[in-house]
Design a protein around this ligand. Sequence first.
Ligand code: SF4
Ligand code: SF4
Length: 351
Amino acid sequence: MSQVISLADIRRLAADFAQSGIVAAPLPTESGKVFYQKVAADDVKDIVLDGSLKCVNSIKEFLFPRHEVLYTFVRKGNDVELTDAPVFDTPQLILGCRPCESASLPILDPVFAWDFNDRFFQSRRAMTTVVSIACQKADSDCFCTDVGGSPENTSGADAILYPLDGDRFEVRLLTEKGKVLFAGKTTESSDVGHACEGPKATLDTAKITRWLNSHFNDPLWAELARQCVGCGACTSVCPTCHCFDIVDEGSYQQGRRVKNWDYCQSALFTLHASGHNPRPDQGARQRQRITHKFAIYPEKFGAILCTGCGNCSRLCSAALGIKPALEKISSEAAEDLMPVPPLWVRNTSDK
Ligand code: SF4
Ligand code: SF4
């Protein structure tokens, strides 16, 4: 038997949660586009729970905010008094995200616990329950199946919803947090939900990694640079991009040290005080983003830094993002691996 819950009961659950915690879920904006946003108890009626929906942004901002205070400082005579920002201790529910969003969380865990335990990310992660929704429709930007995911990937989720008939969902409980959240809220049923088939896998990521490791100076980087305008939209909506900068705000007398999102597609990201930039053009910056995701991160942490969600391509005004770049690399890699023709063929033109 499966566990089933009505849409009305999910909205009630979210409203109850929002009384003492944070609920983040897909909400439409005035533009008609849907974003993961904080939902007040009175607004749970507007939550969109739709397995075909592709929100513009990523859930990462509820675990790794765009802007976060690390500590404040006040000058007192010859001393400086520092006050740590409080540890995040509010229960948080992320409701109705795609499986390719929740899958980013276990991929990000090691980078925030590697040489330094980032208590800001870790406390949010510990306080957050994630309920995903099985994907009902892949679009042309999706490629989760190429990077080990699927429309019903449960990685990073505490429970997953399967739409049944519009206002009922099958709930599959995956962790203790998921069981606690839905305790007493579901009924037994013989109805079972399904996900869509997902995009057909066409990329060989091992081949892409090998190509990246041996084509640092390939002409492809200049080709991508002609398309990319360096806006960084791809990185801001990417559930796995996690670069940040640390700056002081305020005055000499008092202020705060903050962590802000930063992005590798900007020339300023690597500009040295001397004026030297080790990534001097957009091609070098495209190479960095793709190589980090498909060669450097896998080598260091054993996981591809991409869930195939397609957010970057959907938002890119230059029709780029990572999937078209990977497809170009794939065709280059295929040519590279073509068997070398025998000598008598190569010498034909000499005759
Ligand atoms: S790939 Fe697209 S979204 Fe990303 S920086 Fe370039 S133009 Fe902007
Ligand atoms: S690189 Fe693009 S497809 Fe991959 S996780 Fe980031 S936004 Fe999604």
